[in-house]
Design a protein around this ligand. Structure first.
Ligand code: CDP
Length: 234
């Protein structure tokens, strides 16, 4: 928990898909009493909205004008229940639906649309205006909070990330094969890195964490130590 003497800061955790950044960001927020925001869940919620409203056809073609027109009526929030956090789309708990492979396959093209990004970045900046926040995503340290006091960029090999994601999905009762997930991870990395609007890249002042060979407790400890170092130097 933060003490009166510890300054509140903004923590940006970016990185490749399925690199484990969400779990480590959530755990750090819990350890230090900060709010945690999963920005990827917001892109997933917009994608689910577009799918439900017939804005994505089978070949994944997106009705971009219709989606842009609908953006003001898309409200995203989070509810916290003990240790678990759920994503709310216009008040409905969509946490399970946004993790489906259907959404995973459509989310990165949706996240290339500048108007979608502008709307979500504005919401994210509002969530973080009081500081005391850990946010994870792709552009948090570069675009959403370029002045964040602590920035981390997480990576691991595509095979490691795919294996972890399959275990996570299967653990939640969502069926997914290793081959399907690996292909999705590689495709999303490519779209995220090459899009024009705030592409996935490491901020110059972000610390790099390759957690390919780290256990969950090792990476959590690494992050907590970095937080202590950063806040003790302020
Ligand atoms: O599920 P995973 O951790 O791999 O990804 P996520 O954090 O749920 O994000 C899903 C997708 O949203 C990413 O592949 C990106 O295309 C997009 N995204 C983004 O463009 N910018 C962010 N700040 C967060 C996610």
């Amino acid at each position: 928990m933060p003490t009166v003497n510890t300054p509140l800061i903004t923590i940006a955790i970016d990185g490749y898909s399925s690199s484990g950044k969400s779990s480590m960001a959530r755990q750090l927020a819990k350890n230090i009493g900060y709010r945690y925001i999963d920005s990827g869940a917001m892109y997933r919620a917009v994608t689910l909205y577009a799918m439900r409203h017939g804005m994505i056809s089978d070949g994944q073609a997106i009705d971009i004008p219709a989606l842009i027109a609908a953006l003001p009526s898309i409200k995203i929030d989070f509810s916290v229940d003990g240790d678990s956090q759920s994503t709310l789309l216009n008040g409905e708990n969509v946490e399970r639906d946004i993790r489906s492979m259907e959404v995973s396959n459509c989310v990165s093209p949706i996240a290339t649309i500048p108007e979608v990004r502008h709307a979500l970045v504005a919401m994210q900046q509002k969530f973080g205006q009081e500081k005391g926040i850990v946010m994870d995503g792709r552009d948090i340290g570069t675009t959403v909070f370029p002045h964040a006091e602590m920035k981390v960029f997480v990576t691991a090999s595509p095979e490691t990330r795919a294996r972890r994601r399959v275990d996570e999905l299967n653990g939640k009762g969502v069926e997914a094969s290793y081959e399907e997930v690996l292909a999705n991870v590689i495709t999303r990395d490519r779209i995220d890195e090459t899009r024009e609007e705030s592409p996935l890249r490491r901020a110059d002042d972000a610390r790099l964490l390759d957690n390919s060979t780290m256990s969950i407790s090792e990476q959590n400890e690494w992050l907590l130590n970095l937080y202590r170092t950063v806040t003790s130097g302020i």
